[in-house]
Design a protein around this ligand. Structure first.
Ligand code: ZN
Ligand code: FE
Length: 258
């Protein structure tokens, strides 16, 4: 089984799990690139996986189902037309014929019912995290609270450090500017910024990344670091106690950071 990338819209990624000629698609916001891929590769669609209800993740479902009547897995807690297998925390997805079983993790915050999928393939973890964890960043709080998002991110980073995270947007480079402003002295962050600049200059994706890499460089996960906490305190003008409070300040600050 391997995992392939399709691009959609400005900066979305649609992930494909492929085993032989069979393909499972994650968050098809647009059916066009998926249908093109299936035609070019003479491949067949086996299932659709959805992380949350936003249109840039679900907009292609109807168009795919019109030609390929496949099972659609998605969050039980969100109003998404076409879901045939509603999923909750702890459910497992057995993709027939694929060498991977996926476990469902509830990750509310960006939306109320957002889910992520985690599985192990060739002894390495893979995580489809939608708009929850991004390279050096995290999703906006459209429906959930900072406390929910904080708990969700901690569930994801509790997975093995070598897990490769496949998020749904190419936001890493712009997130890095915020991260570097907070932690200019973080050597791992500087190294990542250089690597990301090189990838983007070649129009290559910075996704997937590993969870270990995120823990070393993603400021939203690093509120326990003195430098990050101090920056959040300067910004908020308040004394903050603990990484969760720092997270809440950073999430709010990032919304208006240019
Ligand atoms: Zn979204
Ligand atoms: Fe999105």
């Amino acid at each position: 089984m391997d995992i392939q990338t399709l691009r959609a819209f400005e900066d979305n990624y649609i992930w494909l799990l492929r085993d032989g000629h069979r393909v499972v698609v994650v968050d098809p916001g647009d059916e066009t690139p998926v249908l093109q891929y299936l035609a070019d590769e003479n491949a067949s669609l086996a299932a659709i996986l959805l992380t949350h209800h936003h249109g840039d993740h679900t907009g292609g479902v109807a168009g795919l189902l019109a030609r390929h009547p496949v099972p659609v897995y998605g969050p039980a807690g969100e109003p998404i037309a076409g879901i045939t297998v509603p999923l909750r925390e702890g459910d497992t997805v057995d993709l027939p014929g694929f060498q991977i079983q996926l476990r469902v993790i509830d990750v509310p915050g960006h939306t109320r019912g957002h889910i992520a999928y985690y599985g192990v393939t060739q002894s390495q973890g893979v995580l489809f995290c939608g708009d929850t964890l991004f390279g050096c960043g995290c999703g906006r709080l459209f429906e959930g609270t900072a406390a929910q998002m904080w708990a969700s991110l901690n569930k994801l980073t509790a997975l093995p450090g070598d897990t490769r995270a496949y998020c749904a947007h190419e936001y890493t480079q712009s997130n890095l500017r915020f991260a570097l402003a907070l932690e200019p002295g973080n050597a791992a962050l500087q190294a990542r910024a250089a690597q990301v600049a090189q990838l983007r200059a070649g129009d290559r994706p910075t996704v997937p990344f590993t969870l270990a890499e995120e823990l070393e460089t993603n400021p939203f996960l690093r509120g326990a670091q003195a430098e990050v906490a101090a920056a959040a305190e300067r910004h908020s003008g308040a004394r903050l106690s603990g990484a969760e409070e720092v997270f809440a300040v950073l999430r709010e600050w990032k919304n208006s950071y240019r």
